[in-house]
Design a binder for this molecule. Sequence first.
Ligand code: FES
Ligand SMILES: [Fe+2]
Length: 402
Amino acid sequence: MLVPTTKLADRVRLTELQEKIQYIAARPLECATALPAQAYTAPDFYQWEVEHIFKKQWLCVGHISQVPKPGDYINLDLLDEPISIVHGKDDQIRVLSRVCAHRGMDIMPEGFGHPAQGNRRSFLCPYHHWSYGLDGHLFGAPEMHQSQQFERDKICLPTFRSEIWQGFVFVTFDATLESVSTHYAQLLPYVERWNMGSMEMVANLQWDCRFNWKVLVENFMEPYHHLGTHCKTFEPMMPAAGTWTEPALVNTIVCHLPLAKSIVDQVKAGNSPSVFQSPSNLLPDDHYEYSVCLGTPNFLLFIGPDRVYWYLLLPTSAGEMTLHTTLLVTPESKEMPGFEQVLEQEIAALRKFHLEDVEVCTAVQRGLRSSLYSPGPLGHLEMPIWLFQQYLAQQIQADSNQ
Ligand code: FES
Ligand SMILES: [Fe+2]
């Protein structure tokens, strides 16, 4: 078969890049380097990631506390798929497509005044007023009685395969993938004591980002940058030099960020700086550190003694993504006197430290587009990046084995 030359050239470039990633990931940590810039900038590699990573894995899209009541919904665009996480009348949480089964309109376009989050008894497509139940089945479609193609019982909004794990809503495009609990079995010991299914989301900030999704994952997971980016915010609290990373785990990367000794002494003396009510099942050691966890490919948790930050990543192209930085606390925290005021301060802090990261990540992406960039060495405090490279190399291997 004749392959157009440009396509062939693209494929050669993609294969070369994938081989480079595998070569880099196979080195020991002492010899590790960053990945080639094209891994973060090339549209064809991003397209490969969409098909062979994102569409083959579990993707976290929400937390059950965002849709607590029947009729509650949240809309997101996930890899060009308009989706809605919906709490049904039967108390099931489903992930529905928002694509109308008539002529394909997004049934809740923001331009028509539909908020991205709300409560409804049913859904009504604004184009020709076909209506759907909360489980996606067709309620009504005016003036369709003359169509012989119209089979009311067979028409519905498509449902994506989804599961709830630890209170988070996961969706997959792959019908054969193992369950979320099997997939993230090795992440469980680092999260279960927080009982995240009972926690509540109390903040959700949205950011339009001009950098590749892996720039954010790497930034989120490595604590080395506390020394630079967060020298006034995180470094005094969780000094980079004391951080350490768990050896390779399946579908999971965990990095521990012990609190500074002076803070641990304070906690031990009964003067914890925690402002929210901690989950009741935590072990004493859980009060002496934060941790950052990645459930591959992009389920990111930043966990502390009295809180969990969950980052929702929605990649949109090689150089862009939408990010939601969210904060979850225990329900008891919301009952504390002065909660609203404390929350306001914590949201301001979340905004501040994330702005520090956004500026860095944006500037990294700019640097990656330079013809002069050549990947530099990774230090031992960047071990999570090295493990993430191994994850990417495994996905490349799995694709080439098929
Ligand atoms: S496209 Fe939705 S009713 Fe026609
Ligand atoms: Fe950071």
